[in-house]
Design a protein around this ligand. Structure first.
Ligand code: ZN
Length: 141
């Protein structure tokens, strides 16, 4: 059993942004597996920021717009939030609470074992920001 820690650095360009990081994760896994280190196991994808999230879903433009609309309908931008008195980004935190900070994906036969229509997204909820960090922990054999 082996554990390998890697990280991604992400720059966002708008306040709300959905960034598909699947190909970056696959590239790192392929690099690790040049000598077949992790053929079977899993990778945990974890954002280190409380105003961002990691989710898995389908990368279809209309759906991503629907997701943004529902999230913003569910959590109003301003609502006398107490956190706004100290940091002015309560809505960003609350949206992150709902989405979660990590996902774990199986690795099978050396490949990221996502379903056909699944992508891994970093969700920026309080951008634009530079140098957002996403940790990748690969565990397997
Ligand atoms: Zn805050």
């Amino acid at each position: 059993m082996l554990a390998i820690n890697k990280s991604l650095k992400i720059d966002s360009v708008s306040n709300f942004q959905i960034i598909d990081i699947t190909s970056e994760i696959v590239a790192i896994l392929n690099e690790i597996n040049k000598d077949k280190k992790i053929q079977n196991g899993m990778v945990n994808v974890f954002t280190k920021h409380s105003t961002s999230a990691i989710v898995i879903n389908e990368n279809e433009r209309g759906l991503l717009n629907d997701f943004e609309k529902v999230l913003k309908d569910m959590v109003k931008e301003k609502d006398n939030y107490k956190h706004d008195f100290i940091d002015n980004n309560a809505a960003s935190h609350i949206r992150a609470f709902l989405l979660g900070s990590s996902e774990t994906i199986p690795i099978a036969d050396g490949r990221l074992d996502l379903g056909t229509w699944q992508s891994v997204f970093f969700i920026e909820l309080d951008g634009p920001r530079t140098n957002r960090t996403v940790d990748l922990t690969f565990i397997g054999e």
